[in-house]
Design a protein around this ligand. Structure first.
Ligand code: ZN
Length: 243
C-alpha cells in the first residue's frame, strides 16, 4: 500500500463502528478525500482532536482498497477554537465547509483553487478583523466562480451591456439590463450589486463601505444564487450515476 502526504482542511466527520471516524478533507494536491481515522473516538487517541471540522492539518495517508487510512496528523492551524465561541463566525465557517464539500463533486480530483480559497477564507474569518458575513459572501462568490458559475455584476449577463443594472436574474447568471430581464427578476439596489462585485474581485475597501441594508440584500442574493446551482448539481447527479 502506498503512503502519501498532503495538507488539508477537515470538512466533516462521521462515526464508523465503535471508535473510528470517516474524515472528509479538502486537500491541497489530492482534492477532496474521505479517509478512515482509526481509534480517534478513544480518549487516548494520538490525533483524534486534530481531525475535527475546521482543522487545517498536515496528514499522511495510506492507500486503502476502498477508503484511505490516516496514519499521521499534525495541526497547522486549529481554526475550530476561534469559531466555537463566536456564533457568527461559527455559522459562516460551517457554510464555507459545506460549500467546499458540495462544489468538489469528484473525490481525488485536484481542486487547488477551491482549497486555497477555503484556507484563505478560514484564516480571514479567524483573524476577526473582517465582518463574518462579508467574508462568507466573498468566499461563496469566488467558490462559485472557480466552479465555473461566476455571476456577472457589472455587465448584463445576457447581452454584455456594461453598467450597473437594476435587475438580477439567477438563471441568467447575474445582473441583467432592462431589455434582457426575464419575468420574475429581482430588482436589488445598485449599491447591493456594487457590493457583490467588490466582494467577487476582493475590493475590501469598497465592500466595507456598504451599509447594513445592502449587505443583507447582497447575502440574500448570494444564498439564492448558490442554492440554485447546488440544486441543479444535485438534480443532474443521480441521472449521471444511473446512466
Ligand atoms: Zn442585456
Amino acid at each position: 500500500m502506498g503512503l502519501y502526504r498532503d495538507e488539508g482542511v477537515v470538512l466533516r466527520t462521521q462515526k464508523l463502528g465503535e471508535a473510528d471516524r470517516i474524515v472528509t478533507l479538502l486537500t491541497h494536491r489530492h482534492g477532496r478525500i474521505r479517509a478512515v481515522a482509526k481509534g480517534v473516538r478513544r480518549i487516548t487517541s494520538r490525533f483524534g482532536a486534530r481531525l475535527e471540522p475546521f482543522s487545517h492539518v498536515d496528514v499522511q495517508l495510506a492507500e486503502g482498497r476502498s477508503l484511505d487510512v490516516v496514519t499521521q496528523a499534525e495541526t497547522l492551524a486549529p481554526y475550530a477554537g476561534s469559531f466555537v465561541a463566536d456564533y457568527a463566525r461559527y455559522t459562516s465557517g460551517t457554510a464555507m465547509l459545506e460549500t467546499a464539500d458540495r462544489l468538489t463533486a469528484e473525490e481525488k480530483q485536484p481542486a487547488v483553487q477551491q482549497y486555497l480559497l477555503l484556507v484563505g477564507g478560514l484564516r480571514t474569518l479567524a483573524g476577526g478583523v473582517r465582518d463574518p458575513g462579508l467574508v462568507l459572501d466573498a468566499f461563496l462568490l469566488r467558490s462559485l466562480a472557480v466552479a465555473g458559475y461566476a455571476p456577472s455584476f457589472d455587465l448584463c449577463a445576457r447581452c454584455g451591456l456594461p453598467g450597473l443594472h437594476r435587475f438580477f436574474a439567477i438563471a441568467a447568471g447575474g445582473a441583467v439590463c432592462a431589455d434582457c430581464r426575464p419575468a420574475g427578476s429581482a430588482s436589488p439596489a445598485a449599491d447591493t450589486l456594487a457590493l457583490l462585485g467588490a466582494l467577487l474581485t476582493g475590493d475590501w475597501a469598497a465592500a466595507e463601505r456598504a451599509d447594513l441594508r445592502h449587505r443583507r440584500e447582497g447575502s440574500g442574493l448570494v444564498a439564492a444564487y448558490l442554492q440554485w446551482h447546488l440544486e441543479r448539481g444535485l438534480r443532474s447527479l443521480p441521472l449521471v450515476e444511473r446512466a
